[in-house]
Write a protein that binds this ligand. Structure first.
Ligand code: SAH
Length: 413
């Protein structure tokens, strides 16, 4: 199929290449775009009960010479009261509380900074991990639901030029418990009344999106272990619904296939951003490994196997990928595979440091959506939150000032 610009009835077709100042695609020895799949080796974070299955938690207590049957009480404190503080565990023998908590609930995330916007309904947390690595999560209250955008890696190795995290490189993979602890800490903040006006008692995070720092499918094992703990019934896990969990990927095809074969029907999102390889090769370096059609086939396979409608994310970048003909082309590519299996989520580009790319004009956004809907593809522009606090999609990166602040803090125990 031709991908040449068609006359779209909106005047002459523009294909302006915005300058990507300061960015040239890094290449490896064979001239392929540089991607970092392997996590650099750093000291492992301490093992936490959220890294372990129930039986392993019991065994860990026993190994430490502590009563194994207490594991359930520790799980209850952590997964239902959202606390790791031994002083609050008054149902445990006072003499052993500290020891039990340090065996199964070591401190993983130290809060460095918290920024709030939207009348307190959006919070961006900056966390320091045990080795000084920094990650962020963004908590958002919407009518009837609370969403947490979690990080799965400190940094990211996928090198997308329009994403601040991608430009910072990969520091390391996060452990399952470091991922889970972001949710537990967010639940603790909600419970303490820190996320704007509560709608009812017993509120907690009910939507999780793996759209913070990192490429979740490049840290597959820990991400899946965290997802299993999220859906495990309380008190052994967080008791969440798999439907409320969205895994978003840049398009690691073998891992998408693996995900489709898991027995957990999470919501799946593919960051496509261009329907043609010519442009996607430039915007998404991983397109050098798996092409648009391979990524879309894998997304369709995910729908076929799980029955869950998939999302296509599409950052709308002015004069780069927002042409009406590209909307048509995307509609054709999706419809070639079937109907009713997908919806498109355009995201007006959020600004990132050093990039002169900007969001598409409103009228262009509307036309992009209209074309897709005309093709029968449900399309909704994503309401991105947290732009004022650099907490929106693609903006998560610790600034030099934040890094200095974190470094000045006392080391964690
Ligand atoms: N690595 C995963 C999750 C990352 S972020 C992935 O690529 O899907 C979640 C979404 O934000 C992705 O679709 C990503 O492409 C998008 N994004 C990145 N930078 C952005 C920016 N500056 N503006 C808008 N969306 C952006």
């Amino acid at each position: 199929m031709s991908i040449a610009p068609k006359n779209n009835g909106l005047g002459p077709v523009k294909q302006v290449r915005p300058k990507t100042e300061g960015w040239t695609q890094a290449k490896d020895a064979e001239g392929r775009p540089l991607l970092q799949f392997a996590s650099p080796k750093r000291g492992k974070p301490p093992t936490h009960l959220a890294d372990l299955a129930h039986d392993e938690r019991i065994a860990k207590l026993k190994d430490a010479g502590l009563p194994g049957f207490r594991a359930k009480q520790l799980e209850t404190h952590y997964f239902t009261h959202y606390t790791s503080d031994p002083a609050k565990m008054t149902d445990l023998p006072a003499a052993q509380r500290e020891e039990m908590a340090s065996a199964l609930l070591p401190s993983l995330l130290t809060e460095v900074r918290r920024l709030t916007t939207d009348d307190g309904r959006t919070i961006k947390f900056l966390w320091r991990l045990h080795d000084g690595a920094l990650v962020e999560s963004v908590l958002m209250r919407y009518p009837g639901r609370i969403t947490l955008c979690v990080s799965s890696q400190a940094g990211c190795g996928m090198n997308c030029p329009f994403c601040a995290t991608g430009q910072a490189g990969l520091t390391r993979n996060m452990s399952a418990a470091e991922i889970i602890d972001q949710v537990v800490r967010a639940n603790a903040a909600i419970k303490a009344g820190e996320l704007g006006k509560a709608e009812h008692a017993d509120e907690r995070v009910n939507n999780i999106v793996f759209m913070g720092m990192g490429e979740p499918l490049a840290n597959y094992k820990s991400v899946m272990s965290a997802v299993r703990t999220m859906v495990a019934p309380q008190p052994e896990g967080l008791g969440m619904s798999a439907r409320g969990i969205t895994v978003s990927t840049v398009g690691l095809v073998p891992a998408i296939k693996k995900l489709a074969d898991e027995d957990i029907p999470v919501t799946f999102a593919l960051s496509l951003h261009a329907p043609d390889d010519t442009l996607r090769d430039e915007l998404i370096p991983v397109n050098s490994r798996w092409k648009v059609d391979q990524a879309l086939d894998a997304a369709y396979e995910y729908f076929e196997k799980t029955g869950r409608r998939v999302s296509i994310e599409y950052a709308l970048i002015k004069d780069m990928n927002d042409h009406a003909w590209r909307a048509d082309h995307l509609g054709e590519k999706l419809n070639q595979r079937g109907r009713g299996w997908v919806h498109v989520n355009p995201i007006p580009l959020n600004p990132t440091p050093g990039s002169i790319w900007t969001a598409s004009e409103k009228s262009v956004q509307r036309e992009f959506v209209r074309r897709l809907e005309e093709a029968g593809v449900p399309t909704t522009i994503r309401d991105t939150r947290g732009k004022e606090i650099d907490g929106a999609c693609g903006q998560l990166v610790a600034t030099a000032e934040e890094q200095a602040e974190a470094a000045a803090m006392a080391p964690t125990a």
